[in-house]
Ligand binder design. Structure first.
Ligand code: C6P
Length: 426
């Protein structure tokens, strides 16, 4: 926590460490929350898809473009120096945020999806061969399935999948069995499931893989906005996330990778900024992290990510996690009051979201009717179709929380769901 955390200091007596005044201040920081939709105040509960942006982030992006924007790493002029310093400063903030050992271990990409594709292509392409196995879990987002399928198609390797229980918890005995049952070259699993809210036992899973000498990639797209992540404590080889889910701009992703591994991996893409010398005969690649950042990156977006991390750190991730936990507990209890509503995912360790079905109503209808009430939720398969297949449903409605959400908003959601039932005569 830094000095600004004193701004957010009252306790609420609702299980949340953030009092009403704190939440009011946090909400005041996020301009879009003052919008109306369909003539009603916006209640934004689609944070797992993408979170809304604090003014500090919007300002950082705008100040970059209005004050000092230029391309980075290239010019000797003042603007280029300033842009480079701000861009590399943001890399330093990400390093500190993840507690990575070095800023060289932080690669900027476009999003989580590209971070995972980078590893599948570069690490997978050089280390995974015919007959080898890649182990994922049954609750992965498509972004942590399809890149491995592509790799397996290319190499003749096999994709193995760890199953999970009806409650949405990975079956760890099966995980261990699969780790031992073939030549697994990489484990890739989601830290916090976007479809179930399950918080997987990342440290335990990484230790189990390491005991067998197997490297691990963690998909942190949903976890980083909700809990403090320490990559050195986790000891994972790779950790991927997106800026847009952690109060930053869209179009920026992060890949953390252990330095020795990144150094040994071939480049993912070729082009400008990732080289030290090019001739027609041969190219020498740049040092980390540039080796993996070909072409002009999203400069202002990266700087915006740095501002987002400052904003979140000022509140304190421990308090964010506790607030959202209290909110989820409250939401779960209130949603459970509605007959015919079934929450999908009841893991003991769960965070940030409640996905549900309502008997007799298609999730898309739920989403459309809630929208008319000013409430934004996501309805669909959440890019996790195998999870839907596991439960035999086509889709769910999902309310997902951010630090700015309140109990009143949960009450409004519940009231609107009662309206949905009335409309369908249920
Ligand atoms: N999930 C959701 O509504 P990108 O699109 O690359 O920023 O993130 C992909 C991704 C990867 N892993 C997990 C666990 C995710 O939840 C997501 C994005 C959004 O759930 C959009 S589909």
């Amino acid at each position: 926590m830094n000095d600004m955390s004193a701004l957010y200091s009252m306790t609420s007596g609702t299980g949340s460490p953030l009092g009403e005044l704190d939440i009011a201040r946090i909400r005041a920081d996020v301009p879009i929350l003052r919008q109306q939709v369909h003539g009603k105040p916006l209640i934004y509960l689609d944070n797992a898809a993408s979170v809304q942006k604090p003014k500090a982030v919007i300002d950082a992006v705008s100040e970059c473009y209005t004050g000092y924007y230029s391309n980075i790493h290239r010019g000797v002029h003042l603007l280029s120096e300033r842009s480079t310093a701000a861009y590399e400063g943001a890399r330093g903030k990400v390093r500190a945020f993840l507690n990575a050992a070095s800023a060289r271990e932080i690669i900027f990409t476009r999003n989580t999806t590209e971070s995972i594709n980078l590893v599948a292509s570069s690490f997978g392409g050089s280390r995974v061969h015919a007959g080898d196995e890649v182990l994922i879990t049954g609750m992965e987002h498509h972004s942590n399935i399809v890149p491995w399928q592509l790799l397996c198609e290319r190499t003749g390797a096999k994709l193995k999948v760890v199953p999970f229980t009806d409650a949405g918890e990975l079956i760890l005995e099966e995980y261990e069995r699969l780790l031992d049952s073939g030549p697994v070259r990489l484990v890739a699993f989601v830290h916090l499931s976007n479809a179930l809210g399950t918080l997987n036992p990342a440290k335990q899973m990484i230790d189990l893989a390491h005991a067998r000498g197997i490297p691990v990639l963690v998909d942190g797209a949903q976890s980083v906005p909700h809990l403090a992540v320490d990559v050195r404590e986790l000891d994972c080889e790779f950790y991927a996330f997106s800026a847009h889910k952690i109060y930053g701009p869209s179009g920026v992703g992060v890949l953390y990778g252990k330095q020795a591994l990144l150094e040994a991996m071939p480049p993912y893409q070729g082009g400008g900024d990732m080289i030290s010398l090019v001739t027609f005969e041969k190219t020498e690649y740049a040092e980390l992290p540039n080796k993996f950042e070909a072409g002009t990156p999203n400069i202002a977006g990266v700087i915006g990510l740095g501002a987002a991390l400052d904003w979140l750190n000022a509140i304190g991730l421990d308090r964010v996690a506790a607030h959202e936990h209290a909110l989820l507990e409250y939401a779960t209890a209130r949603l459970d009051e509605i007959p015919g509503l079934k929450i999908m995912g009841a893991a003991r360790d769960k965070a940030a979201l409640a996905a549900f079905t309502l008997e007799g109503v298609h999730p898309h209808d739920i989403g459309t009717i809630l929208d008319r009430e000013g409430i934004a939720v996501r309805a669909g398969h959440h890019c996790a179709q195998p999870v839907m297949q596991r439960y035999g449903v086509p889709a769910t409605a999902r309310a997902s929380f951010a630090v700015y959400n309140t109990r009143d908003e949960v009450d409004a959601l519940v009231a609107a769901l009662w309206k949905v039932k009335e409309m369908f005569d249920l």
